[in-house]
Design a protein. Sequence first.
Length: 277
Amino acid sequence: MPRLLMLFLSCVVTIDAEPADAIGQALDRLYRLQFAPAQEILSGYIAAHPQDPVGYNMRAAGYVFAELDRMQILEGEFFADDKRVIEKKGIKPDPAVRANVYESLRKARELASAQLSRGANNEQALFGMGMAAGLQSDYMALVEKRQLASLSLTKESQSWAVKLLAANPDFYDAYLTTGITEYLLGSVPFFVKWFIRFEKAEGSKSVAVRNLELATKGRYFGPFARVLLAIVHLREKRPEMAEVYLAGLAREFPENPLYQKELKKLRAKIGIVPGRE
């Protein structure tokens, strides 16, 4: 399974109350598939806080998420079927969106790098660098279908997450990256692991689940971690566990039709009758 988009976005972060509210509002819109309102909020945040890399990363996330939705890549079957993940047919990527994604990530890296030059353990800067690498990896793997090319960025994102957790083990959002990495390694044949090496990752699926569960407490990636846990449980033939996570997401974000659709299909598959769950 490729590294998934950080979009279905409480932990301790060094942002003051007002910006945190703005970012939270934008993330709430993204989780509800309300892309234009999310970008409006993020534009206001960036104008007020031009030195914060998180704003630019979230702007990139909004573009990527909207593109995945337009290209119908957010369907549950896509992430449960490796053949569909690498399939190159279908709707073509939008060049304008690609330009917006890469420019936003370039700016996020520039700001985070400048902050790290003034303090190597700056948590927001470490988070910003890791998120930028992860988002670019997601875009390359899922939209451009360049899975092998995205691998170096996946490794980079893992490295930043490891550094961030060393500085602050309670920065729960970073566990999303380490959880995905563990599951990725745990899903490939053992001989492939000799050629794919990630910092502080052994390929344990149980560790992957534990890290994703920790990530559910994150401010940015909490809901997305629950999405990934649902996907992992589906892939590991634990549909009842997946149903629990999907049901929670459907209740929390009723405007998002994807949760409702996937929950309905899953309940039909495992024999849960509506109104009796």
